[in-house]
Design a protein around this ligand. Structure first.
Ligand code: SAH
Length: 394
């Protein structure tokens, strides 16, 4: 292979031998001259033996490993990685369900493609690069997607304005790499929703809550539901299908409230059980009464980095304490954290502290996590990020 090389310091190949897919900048002994942002590099041990091929980028994670084989990163490489991602989703029944055309096709390290996220919404996929290397390869990847999806995908929308490192100064604009559909209604477990891939958060919809929404549907019958941090209303329309008595959706973003109303209308036109409010969570929780017996708390990541951890845990405690204080006896609380920096024990401790402050009897019914189309590479435990608890509050 003609790739320029990065040589590791003595002993710094150990984590790579255990297939961890990152090389930290401190592990590097020397780099060939002229290696640029996003370039494919060959990583060798201190004694010069091959160990991995990956994307180089300035910063603390210097190389994101694409393969532990000494091969070229060419069209065949992308095709084979994408095929493997699709086969897994076919094998577990996610990618061939007529009731559900929404799922994550590629989940970064979880699919041995660090820095790349691809979500599918019907005939459109939204692709997001979190590394400069994936950005550089975006055209090849887009072509490979259409190829692998065998006619089922016609549009590839690239949405990396906010996910690429600011420093890299790529001035990347969002837009279609292939196709250009405006048809943005997709299907999750038989429920319809608009995906705002042009302006929405993430890839337009929070695909990772699919299984947890299904579980909520199961508990919704006859209950008064508060969906706090509703975004596009995912939990709300599941609660309605599950037979909720009323559903109130709350989000601080007025745009999110419009999307929620539109999605509820799409599935349950004219249904009077639903109301949505653009309000701050803490204000709403403070002012509300004790009318709810099913509450969902799915806040944005409180800790984006490790150093924000302590404040984040306090935030989770404060938020959950309000729910414990107000939820009706016999109520059910679905509470989540999507901060990767907060692990499940820390999150559980924050919720435990909130429960203890309320003095109520609380039982854990379920411990939730990200769904199977957001797999965790066993060699990369950092890939675990979504956790939730379902609690029965007496
Ligand atoms: N539960 C959603 C995803 C939630 S994302 C789903 O299933 O799709 C987090 C949401 O919290 C965002 O929509 C954001 O607008 C909202 N948000 C952030 N800060 C908030 C606050 N202080 N009060 C209310 N909503 C807030």
């Amino acid at each position: 292979m003609m790739y320029r090389q990065i040589q590791l310091r003595k002993g710094k190949d150990e984590s790579l031998r255990r297939f961890h897919p990152w090389v930290f900048s401190g592990a590097i002994q020397r780099m060939d001259e002229g290696i640029g942002e996003g370039e494919v590099v060959r990583v060798v041990t201190n004694s010069g033996d091959f160990i991995a091929v990956g994307h180089y980028q300035q910063g603390s994670i210097a190389v994101r490993v694409l393969t532990f084989n000494d091969v070229a990163i060419d069209d065949d490489f992308w095709l084979s990685r994408l095929r493997s991602a699709l086969s897994m989703r076919l094998a577990i029944g996610i990618a061939d369900n007529p009731q559900n055309n929404t799922y994550r096709l590629v989940h970064g390290e979880g699919d041995n493609l660090p820095g790349l996220v691809i979500d599918r919404y019907g005939s459109t996929v939204v692709m997001q690069a979190h590394s400069v290397g994936m950005h550089v390869c975006r055209e090849e990847i887009a072509k490979a997607i259409v190829d692998v999806m065998n006619g089922e995908v016609e549009n590839v929308y690239y949405k990396s304005e906010t996910t690429l490192p600011f420093k890299a100064d790529l001035n990347q604009e969002n837009g279609f790499l292939i196709g250009g559909s405006k048809d943005n209604v997709a299907l999750e477990n038989g429920l319809k929703f608009h995906v705002d891939w042009l302006k929405g958060q993430k890839t337009g919809f929070f695909v990772d809550q699919r299984d947890n929404r299904s579980l909520l549907e199961h508990y919704a019958k006859g209950r008064s539901v508060l969906n706090m941090f509703c975004y596009t209303g995912g939990f709300s329309f599941y609660a309605m299908r599950g037979g909720a008595k009323l559903v109130h959706s709350v989000d601080s973003s007025a745009k999110a409230i419009d999307l929620t109303n539109a999605n509820v209308e799409l599935n349950f036109p004219g249904d009077e059980r639903h109301k949505a409010y653009a309000e701050d969570a803490f204000k709403y929780l403070e002012a509300m009464g004790d009318q709810y017996d099913l509450i969902i708390l799915d806040p944005p990541a409180f800790a984006k980095h490790k150093d924000a951890l302590r404040n984040a845990l306090r935030g989770y405690t404060k938020l959950n304490a309000k729910a414990f204080e107000k939820i009706k006896p016999g109520g059910i609380l679905f509470t989540f954290s999507c901060s990767q920096a907060v692990n499940k024990d820390q999150f559980r401790m924050a919720v435990f502290t909130a429960a203890a402050q309320s003095g109520r009897s609380v039982r854990i019914l379920h411990q939730l996590h990200q769904p199977a189309d957001h797999p965790i590479n066993i060699y990369h435990p950092e890939g675990e990020y979504l956790k939730g608890l379902v609690l029965y509050v007496e």
